[in-house]
Every structure is written in C-alpha cells, then in structure tokens.
Design a protein around this ligand. Sequence first.
Ligand code: MN
Length: 258
Amino acid sequence: MDKKPLILVTNDDGIYAPGIRALYHAMTRLGEAKVVAPDSERSAVGHAITISDPLRVWEYERNGDFFGYAVNGTPADCVKLGVKAILNKKPDLVVSGINQGPNTAINIMYSGTVSAATEGTLMGIPSIAFSIASFKKSDFAFAAEFAIYLSRMVLEKGLPEGTLLNVNIPALPAEEIRGVKITRQGRGRYEEFFDKRVDPWDRNYYWLSGKKLLLDNESDIDDVAVMENYIAITPIQFDLTDYKVLKNLQKWEIKLPS
Ligand code: MN
C-alpha cells in the first residue's frame, strides 16, 4: 500500500477495556488508527442501534494523550457514527475487539464485537472481529500481533461484499498456539438458568447464567479449533435467508386466504 490506511477501531467491552488499547496500538503500526467505542461495557447487545436517544461523544484521553472518541451508544452505533460523523471519511478497515471472551457458535448472534464488524461490512468496509477465548484477564500481546498480520492481509486482498471475518484466539502464550484454522460456526449453545437471588430489600432478582454445550466435534468448527489451541477464523455473512427451505416453502403455494 502506498498510502497509510485509515482504520476504525471499536469494541463492545468499552473504551476503557485493555483489549481495545492493545488493538489500537497494534493498528497504529499499520496505518492511521481512530478509536470510536462505547463509553461503558456493551457486551451481548448484538446489533442494537440507538434511535430514541441522542448520541453523545467525548474525547477520551489516556495518560494525557488523546486516545479516542467515547460514545454513549452500542458498538453498531459507534461504527455508524464513526464513519458518518467523526471520521467523515470511509475507513479502509474496521476492526472490533479485542474482546475478552470467545465469540464462537451461538455467541456470534449476541456479540456486540461481531456486530460492530458486521456494521462495517454493511457500510461496504472490510471488517474483522477479534476475540480472545477467555473471560479471565488476558495478555493481549500475541492476539494484537496476529491482528496486525491478518489486518495487513485483509487490506491487501480485501473481502467479498457482505462477508466479514470472525477471529477467535486462544488465551495462551504464543508458543502454545498450534496454528490457524479456517472454521465454520459451531452449533454450541448454552444450557441456561436464572440464578434467583434476593436484594438487600428482600426483593427477588434474577441473573442469567449457563454452561456452554459443545455440540460438535469436527476440527473445522470454531469452538473445537479454539479448544485444540488453534486460532479460528470464520468468514461470516448477514444474509439470514435459509435457501434450502426457501425452495420448499415455495412449494407450499401460500396464497391470500379466499
Ligand atoms: Mn465483550
């Protein structure tokens, strides 16, 4: 690339999260990086956008240096606002993360990290979601190095219209990571329950909890690859049409009731 690429960096863990700090510093080594991110954690908000309230933007400094724009909105809001109102220019790449926690299987549906990248894709910008596969405080150094490597590749090769990359990186030291696998979204989901608790005023409240059920064992499934200490890269798209059922449904000959 002759010209420095413009890279929009966002996440769903919020602008104060260590993962976005690592991703931002990584992207500054690749081009001009701009952070537009939620002002607090917005994990599992999916592709929600804010339409009934105003969006406010703060310039957030870290150790006296400008770090990025904090927005009182969702990850998808941040990408929209970032491109249309803050950068006023279409970036060459949108990267989201590095999320603390895996975004594999069913998590992709709920993920704010992935939805931010999806929003980039909707706007016609090559986009990548990065997650580290652990909820425990992690060292993002290796994941950030990998983000540079893959982002450079995407900047060079581009991505097909409507497709983004969902990347999950094992939370391991570099030497324990066995390689990279191109994967499929698994069917894994949660066995969920609500923990019923009592607040200091004797009122009940509920907290969603659950255990992930691994429902696949093929090595090209996102969860399986990560479990086997591989980086999983899944190309995903947002056309939710079920083309197999579409053909069958046409045969139903659904008409206006007479
Ligand atoms: Mn998150």
